[in-house]
Ligand binder design. Sequence first.
Ligand code: IMP
Length: 180
Amino acid sequence: MDSIVVRDKTFEIFISADQIADAVADVAKRVNQDYQSENPPLVIVLLNGAFIFASDLCRCFTFECDLQLLRVSSYKGMQSTGKVWVDEAAEPDVHGRDVLIVEDIVDTGNTLAAYLPRLMDQGAKSVKVASLLLKPDALKHSLSIDYVGMEIPSDFVVGYGLDYDGKGRNLPHIYKLKED
Ligand code: IMP
């Protein structure tokens, strides 16, 4: 389907499932080059959005995988609130660990700018980030994203784990908001 309605908005096809699969394979290849089973990283998947990307990505890992899921949130509707909430009760023990964060999309960077320093404060040995998507023009923080699947313009997107107000996460393709 070329365009779809999610809640009150119309979205048009932007990145097909095949293109997503290629981007995931490319990220996996680069991650696999950097990590080995002798010293496996602690993979932390940021929920909710990254759950589909992470499940495809981690099945391509060639190293032993120690995987934790953590809920963080900063978005309401189509906007970053600027306030980042972390489910502190579920935070994994990162002390002495090489940590790989799996994120669906980096937009303003507010989420990672708030969360990454916590990992260093908690004694992580190293921290790297894999994000399926990056909106470079929307970024408000100086962040280095180690593995990016695709850079996209600052359009609002849904599908493949990404939602609009709780809907659209299950779509196999990624759609962008259609201009009126
Ligand atoms: P940031 O903190 O602004 O970098 O945004 C990170 C989080 O906001 C992501 O993990 C998503 O959950 C959400 N987000 C950012 N851009 C979009 C989008 O275009 N569609 C859906 N969710 C988004």
